[in-house]
Ligand binder design. Structure first.
Ligand SMILES: [Zn+2]
Ligand SMILES: [Zn+2]
Length: 423
């Protein structure tokens, strides 16, 4: 019998944002791209652990390739066979393991490291990872070659972050002869804005200069682009950046791989040690690194929450749980302070952030939103698709692709679980 060509199955994410799970099978071998939990919010709670119905977990796979460390791309790992071998970027693995520890889960699959632009083989599949620009650190697009076909998976990407030039370069010199482009479409139909991180830096500097009190900022500790933006703005405005234990830990672990990241020990960076973060780090079934807490506490650059009232020029990392710790220690918010929400505005409507908003409003503090999307704008998605010029464009990672297909050519609309034999 003549060998069939490779078959593509989008197990999930054909019609939703996140929960990505894509399979390429060829000649009895299977390659999985991402195994995300469906996106239901920012927190680690209620992640909807469902494995896609059409994903066969009873058989071995050649490999599972993770594009980046957002949970909607790897969050099902702990529910999958522990024998399945995983490949990811080095920093991606660090961040995945940290997130898992936060909630007390353990990743048991063996991990292998891939490197940007270095092709590697898994069974009959050759994979080339392209480091890209996204709100997650160490995010990659993945080119897979198998059975004479070439499949480019966009992962999640944007063109306004600190690595935008990587997307520009890929577009200037695109991989030739792409049979299938799996393209994310997160922002289609959403009201988002797309300023660059450099513009955000200017906005932060202006606000830091205008506000006479402290500026509390809410952002994701793993959004390293944003941490760098805020650190640089602190430097320009002469403010001290006060980070919680978790953010300090993220920067320290990533600094082992990327030496240019701000971290504790750099001028202007201070740590605040709160009781709940300390418990999290000392808990054997959570972060389990009491020595880290000890080291930060004795670094000469750490303070307790009670001292936050003394550092009037501080820019303070804030999450809703941290606000509780701060106020328990007597930190009083005032009209001279400000709160900046630096995440997707949808999260601001959740009860946990409505509660934070109410606390700052009650104090008469200034409120601002300084943020840019982690995903490409529609024009950038169109331009990207035109440059790649795939024989088949398979839309993924959006709830509203069907209303936004014009402007895109050669669209092959798949349903979750539908098999597509690449012609
Ligand atoms: Zn995603
Ligand atoms: Zn993402």
């Amino acid at each position: 019998m003549m060998a069939m060509g490779p078959v593509l199955t989008v197990h999930r994410a054909a019609a939703e944002i996140g929960g990505n799970c894509i399979e390429l099978s060829h000649d009895g071998h299977r390659l999985i791209l991402d195994v995300g939990s469906p996106l239901v919010g920012d927190g680690a709670d209620d992640l909807g652990m469902s494995i896609p119905r059409t994903l066969d977990t009873s058989k071995d796979i050649a490999g599972l390739i993770i594009s980046h460390p957002h949970q909607d791309h790897w969050g099902l790992l702990h529910a999958l066979p522990t024998s399945w071998p995983v490949w990811s970027g080095a920093a991606c693995e660090v961040l995945i393991r940290m997130t898992a520890s936060l909630s007390g889960s353990v990743i048991e699959q063996p991990f292998h490291t891939y490197h940007p632009h270095k092709a590697f083989a898994v069974g009959p599949f050759t994979i080339t990872p392209y480091l890209t620009d996204h709100s997650a650190f160490d995010a990659h697009m993945l080119l897979v070659e198998v059975g004479g076909k070439r499949i480019l998976y966009s992962g999640d990407f944007r063109r306004v972050g600190r690595k935008a030039i990587l997307v520009d370069r890929l577009m200037a010199n695109p991989p030739p002869d792409v049979d299938v482009l799996l393209l994310e479409g997160t922002t289609l139909g959403r009201t988002e804005t797309f300023p660059t991180e450099a513009t955000l830096e200017d906005d932060f500097v202006a606000l830091f200069r205008r506000i006479s009190g402290r500026v509390f900022v809410t952002w994701s500790a793993q959004n390293i682009d944003r941490t760098v933006t805020i650190y640089r703005a602190c430097k320009k405005a002469g403010r001290t950046l006060v980070l919680d234990l978790y953010t300090i830990d993220v920067l320290e672990r990533l600094s082992a791989l990327h030496h240019t990241l701000p971290r504790l020990g750099w001028p202007l960076v201070r740590a605040v040690i709160t009781s709940s973060m300390k418990r999290l780090y000392e808990n054997p079934s959570r972060m389990n690194t009491p020595t880290f807490v000890e080291r930060v506490a004795t670094s000469g650059n750490a303070m307790g929450a009670a001292r936050l009232d003394e550092v009037r020029n501080a820019v303070v990392m804030l999450r809703s749980s941290l606000l509780r710790d701060f106020t328990n220690k007597g930190v009083r918010l005032g009209a001279e302070d400000a709160w900046v929400f630096s995440m997707w505005s949808g999260y601001l409507r959740t009860p946990e952030y409505q509660h934070v908003r109410a606390a700052f409003d009650a104090a008469g503090a200034t409120f601002a939103q300084i943020h840019t999307s982690g995903h490409a704008a529609r024009e950038d998605l169109e331009a990207f698709a035109r440059r790649i010029g795939p024989r088949h464009l398979v839309p993924i990672h959006s709830f509203t692709w069907d209303q936004h297909l014009d402007g895109f050519e050669n669209v092959m609309r798949l349903r979750d679980g539908e098999k597509f034999s690449i012609p």
